[in-house]
Design a protein around this ligand. Structure first.
Ligand code: MTE
Ligand code: MO
Length: 203
């Protein structure tokens, strides 16, 4: 019986099974994808709020957020424009730590991440709890640069990277799923790269 053509074709995907469908390894580059003008935000005036359906709406200054337990991510990221980047290292604080302080209302099911620029993205709460999401200010041991969302961005690496809002200022917990910037423009509400949830209407 002839082997199925293509079955053993070598895939340029590095370690086996590491590249989600339709993605390629961008290697050492880190593309910048920004819809708005890059804002210049200084750490001294930056704050982060967690509000909406929480018991204790909380705001952290730069110094206060540094006091929270440090948490880091070492792994891969995947952009819907088809690049993936392996072995990135980010450090900051886990979203769990922020939510623990704010006390989510049991009715909350979604989180809207707001950038100070007006960019938003919606996420199921289940995708940002349980050690799956971070608020980060370091990349490879250095301060996150402005073009990549510095001083502070969201990081939700198991979903397409448009969910990782840059320049975040506010995390809002909600009952209803409210489409964010790219979601209103046709991108998927969840965005799991392994399920290829690129556009509204994908599985
Ligand atoms: N505020 C804001 N956050 C954003 C974006 C943006 O345009 N504005 N682009 C998103 C998209 S589509 C991607 S792929 C990543 C890109 O992050 P990078 O520029 O650091 O690679 O940021 C996401 N977060
Ligand atoms: Mo993206």
């Amino acid at each position: 019986m002839p082997a199925t053509r293509g079955f053993f074709r070598r895939r340029p995907d590095g370690p086996a099974g590491r590249l989600p469908p339709g993605q390629y390894d961008v290697g050492g580059n880190w593309p910048v994808l920004t819809a708005e003008v890059t804002p210049r935000i200084d750490r001294e005036s930056w704050t982060l709020g967690v509000d909406g359906l929480v018991d204790r709406p909380t705001t952290w200054t730069w110094d206060e957020v540094q006091q929270l337990p440090r948490s880091s991510y070492h792994g891969d990221i995947h952009c819907v424009t088809t690049w993936s980047k392996f072995d990135v290292v980010f450090a900051g604080v886990s979203v769990d730590s922020l939510l623990e302080a704010a006390g989510p209302d049991p009715r909350a099911e979604f989180m809207i991440a707001h950038s100070s620029t007006g960019y938003t993205t919606n996420l199921p709460l289940a995708d940002v709890t349980g050690g799956k999401a971070w608020v980060v200010w370091e990349y490879d041991g250095r301060p996150l640069t402005a073009e990549h969302g510095g001083p502070v961005r969201l990081l939700v690496p198991h979903l397409y990277f448009w969910k990782s809002a840059k320049w975040i200022s506010r995390l809002e917990l909600t009952v209803e799923d409210r489409a964010g910037f790219w979601e209103r423009n046709g991108y998927h509400d969840r965005g799991d790269p392994w399920l290829e949830q690129r556009y509204q209407g994908d599985p």
